[in-house]
Ligand binder design. Structure first.
Ligand code: RIB
Length: 332
């Protein structure tokens, strides 16, 4: 059954299609009597304005695409809240999708969003290459990177200073007296992983105290599952085991903590653990997690606002803060 269209409304109201369009678009020249007749006809036939048709016909883009690495990661949900809040001040709305940390999936979704004439795209890149994003920018669909510093001069970006955040975590553990520290990092081709590793290395290099040993593992994803598997591998291979673990995000830290407890280790008595993000769950855990706080809501809000502002390319970097809780202590 075809959906009732603007012609059905005009016929029932006894007015022209143009008058119906003027009523729908609140053109002030329409008489109150005609507005009443048209609105009654709209209700009676059940007409719904086709925004997508309007977008295609007039190119009035009202959707903003948001591509994240993992919809199961609370970091991205909190950032998406910020995007939504910013877009709520306009007629725009968010189209949220996950690239599942796949560069191929990212390219497919970028092209799909472009074909739907979105106003622009907020992208957390799945890998080092921004070629696919660059292509849609060149064809007129703006892209703002969030959770990553933009390298091309054609895209704005918003991110936390990942390297200084990682350095804060390591300085905290070194300051507690840990000298054999493991770093469970995300996939090495993800921008955040590279920056967090840089911060870890900087902290170790600048440590003036007693020699510290660093063991680094790159996991296949920023997930609880990967954290648990990475911790199992670490405890199997490293003897003596490390006394502290810095995890590249809170989900990895939760997975690593689960494995540590299963293997009889107490946190923090036997093993200190630090995360990164400060998702809401971090402070609610049975042993509240020491972690690096990044302003997720503001990251999303600012990325959306940079897109809405358009024109000038800008890069905004937020400062991280260490939230010390009960998952870290001096080595026993
Ligand atoms: O997507 C993986 C991680 O990168 C998130 O947990 C958050 O830390 C982001 O910066």
């Amino acid at each position: 059954m075809n959906r009732p269209g603007i012609k059905d409304v005009a016929k029932l109201a006894g007015v022209s299609v143009g008058t119906v369009s003027n009523v729908i678009n609140n053109v002030p020249t329409v008489t109150p009597e005609r507005i009443e007749r048209v609105n009654a006809a709209i209700a009676q036939v059940g007409y719904v304005r086709n925004a997508a048709a309007k977008t295609l016909r007039r190119g009035v883009a009202s959707a903003v695409g948001v591509l994240v690495l993992d919809l199961n990661n609370p970091f991205f949900m909190e950032a998406a809240e910020g995007v939504t809040d910013c877009l709520s001040q306009t007629e725009s709305f968010m189209l949220l999708a996950s690239t599942q940390a796949s560069v191929e999936k990212e390219a497919e979704l970028l092209t799909l969003l472009e074909s739907h004439a979105v106003r622009g795209v907020l992208l957390s890149p799945a890998g080092a290459s921004l070629a696919a994003a660059e292509e849609i920018v060149q064809r007129g669909t703006p892209v703002v990177l969030f959770d990553s510093i933009a390298t091309p001069p054609t895209m704005s970006s918003v991110s936390v200073d990942d390297a200084s955040g990682a350095a804060l975590a390591m300085q905290h553990l070194l300051g507690l007296g840990h000298r054999r520290i493991a770093f469970l990092n995300g996939p090495e081709d993800v921008h955040q992983s590279q920056q967090r590793k840089r911060g870890v290395d900087t902290a170790i290099a600048r440590w003036s105290g007693k020699e510290a040993q660093l063991i680094t593992h790159n996991l296949d994803s920023y997930t609880i599952r990967a954290g648990a598997a990475g911790m199992t591998k670490l405890l199997a291979e490293q003897h003596p085991r490390p006394t502290a673990i810095f995890c590249a995000n809170d989900l990895i830290a939760i997975g690593a903590s689960m494995t540590a407890r299963e293997q009889g280790l107490r946190i923090p008595d036997d093993l200190s653990i630090v995360g990164f993000d400060d998702i809401a769950l971090a402070s609610q855990l049975s042993v509240p997690l020491t972690t690096v706080h990044q302003p997720m809501f503001q990251l999303g809000w600012r990325a959306a606002n940079l897109l809405l502002e358009g024109a000038i390319v800008r890069h905004e970097t937020f400062s991280p803060e260490l939230r010390v809780r009960r998952s870290t202590a001096p080595p026993s």
